[in-house]
Design a protein around this ligand. Structure first.
Ligand SMILES: Cc1ncc(COP(=O)(O)O)c(C=O)c1O
Length: 548
């Protein structure tokens, strides 16, 4: 087979050794190289303009119709397309149907625009293809990982310089670990907490070795629980399932009027658990620094004191709110985080890294010893192999991306992003309060707020004397908000998400609210006003007409 035949336009593609070699060494010809460079340039430098030109939030094709286009379940024997054609296809045919999370009108989730340089850094990480599970496939990258983990550890725990000098490159201690995401970070924290609680004792090698039934027998335990506010992320439930304590034993505690864990309810729950069920042990208490739905922050110092007094592992889920520590103006919101035993932070959230990067940190550099694993061919005792104490096995060099981003942005750069989000959210809250059609449901503590459409005519849901009338008024409001959110999403110009909260005024019936997460620096108050205008129009078209 002649190589030119392979690359000739419209030619029949064949998988052979020569073609394969080209994919490992360089593009097949000059034309292909030019196309690849052109697209790389677009992706690297023009991502925002490119996405703005090609995509609103997403194109108006239903998921059902899209699904019909993707029903081919066979892998072709021979190659179907050249790389350049595949890239063209991805950019022109797939990207428009993905979601343009970079749009400043996309304010519904914790995923948004990233600085363009992140794409460069991600490309370099992919090109180097280091595997940080072990030194033999990462060398300096493992060292950089230890350094960058120490930087974030210092941001959280702020221990003495001598502590960091000692541990930053210590072979046997670990300040934290990179994992895939916030879910695995939370699971890792509770994994460590479980193993420390049910550690070895005479005749018992520890829960990690001997399993839960043996651990319960050895420690005289019947049940292990984790306590967290009912706004806790569902990853904690997964941890309950995976760690064998049962996800029903991840117990939700009521929140106060600010959506923070209700401290007296927590104390009551602890006392009740202590009294009613002999043999119940509290494996951990989780404080949240930025709840997923409302962005609220639990009273971390008070939680730390409760946990210290009762000798309970105190974990802070700061997957969302952690980077607020970088803002001089707002870091006080996270006061007490340094008293935690462990802390989760996500890189792909407010550190603006590409998907995905989770991290978990431990105050005690020896805490992760209880989850150490060794293998004959790697991760030998005493080595710097980072896979020894990581839930993940093979993983990419996210530390390269984070370390470089920290250099490019500095604390001040990140602070600008954090401050913009919080302050724009506050402005938005004031705007919502000004408009009679809307009701602010949860004010922003960080950069997340919830609100709903609540036309004055529907006020009876609060004041109506009968529970039945109040409930049916609330259900009607729920249906209005659900419909408006859906219709706005389907229009494809802007996106606000929706969730259900259970405030005490709703008496057990869920209240549907619109949820806004402001993290994109290009999202302005003007854009947010236009999102409210659009919701007003959608509401009037869908409901007002039918009512008059
Ligand atoms: C507070 C909190 N914790 C944990 C997570 C889980 O993060 P991930 O989706 O990266 O697994 C989230 C995600 O939204 C979160 O908001």
């Amino acid at each position: 087979m002649n190589p030119s035949e392979i690359s000739a336009p419209g030619s029949h593609l064949v998988a052979d050794w020569q073609a394969l070699m080209r994919t490992f060494i360089h593009p097949e010809n000059d034309a292909t190289r030019k196309i690849l460079v052109k697209y790389m340039e677009q992706i690297l430098f023009g991502l925002h303009t490119f996405l703005a030109d090609h995509v609103g939030i997403t194109e108006e094709v239903s998921l059902k119709k899209l699904a019909q286009r993707f029903t081919d379940t066979r892998i072709n024997d021979q190659p179907e397309k050249k790389l350049a054609d595949v890239i063209t296809d991805l950019i022109e045919n797939i990207a428009p149907h993905a979601v343009n999370v970079a749009s400043p009108y996309f304010v519904g989730h914790m995923t948004a625009a990233i600085p363009f340089f992140m794409v460069h850094l991600k490309t370099i990480a992919a090109a180097l293809n280091q595997n940080t599970v072990k030194l033999e496939t990462s060398k300096v990258v493992s060292i950089i990982e230890k350094q960058v983990l120490a930087k974030i550890h210092r941001l959280i725990f702020n221990r003495r310089s001598s502590f960091y000098d000692h541990h930053v490159q210590h072979v046997e201690t670990t300040l934290g670990s990179f994992v895939e995401d916030g879910t695995l970070a939370n699971i890792t924290a509770l994994w460590v907490a479980r193993n420390r609680l049910l550690g070895p004792r005479p005749g018992f090698a520890g829960v990690e070795n001997d399993g839960l039934p043996a651990a319960f027998a050895a420690w005289g335990v019947k049940r292990c629980v984790v306590l967290v506010s009912r706004l806790g992320h569902y990853s904690l439930k997964k941890a309950g399932g995976l760690l064998g304590i049962g996800n029903r034993n991840v117990i939700p505690v009521d929140v106060d009027e600010h959506n923070r864990i209700d401290l007296s309810a927590l104390q009551r729950k602890m006392d009740e658990l202590g009294k009613s069920t002999a043999g119940t042990r509290i494996l951990g208490v989780v404080g949240i620094a930025g709840t997923t739905e409302t962005g609220s922050i639990d009273a971390l110092p008070a939680l730390a004191t409760i946990c210290r007094d009762r000798q309970i592992h105190f974990h802070v889920d700061a997957a969302w709110g952690g980077p607020t520590l970088m803002s001089e103006r707002y870091r006080r919101l996270l006061d007490g985080i340094g008293l935690a035993d462990s802390v989760s932070i996500d890189g792909h959230k407010q550190l603006y890294m590409p998907m995905s990067c989770g991290m978990v940190f431990f105050k005690d550099p020896l805490a992760m010893d209880v989850v150490a694993y060794h293998a004959g061919y790697i991760n030998r005792p005493g080595s710097v192999d980072l896979g020894i104490k990581s839930l993940s096995g093979s993983r990419e060099a996210n530390s390269l991306i984070l370390d470089s981003a920290l250099k490019i942005m500095g604390l001040k750069g990140y602070a600008l992003l954090i401050d913009h989000g919080i302050e724009t959210a506050r402005q938005f809250a004031r705007e919502i309060k000004r408009r009679p059609l809307f009701e602010l449901v949860t004010a922003p503590e960080l950069n997340i707020l919830t609100y709903r459409i609540n036309p004055e005519t529907d006020a009876p849901h609060k004041s109506a004397p009968s529970v039945h009338r109040r409930r049916s008024a609330l259900e009607r409001l729920n249906s209005i908000n659900t419909t408006v959110q859906r219709l706005q999403r389907e229009r494809g110009k802007s996106f606000v998400s929706r969730t259900t909260l259970y405030p005490s005024t709703a008496q057990g019936t869920g209240m549907v609210v619109l949820r806004c997460v402001i993290m994109n620096p290009l999202t302005t108050i003007g854009i947010l006003k236009s999102i409210l205008d659009e919701q007003t129009t959608i509401y009037r078209n869908a409901f007002s007409a039918s009512e008059s």
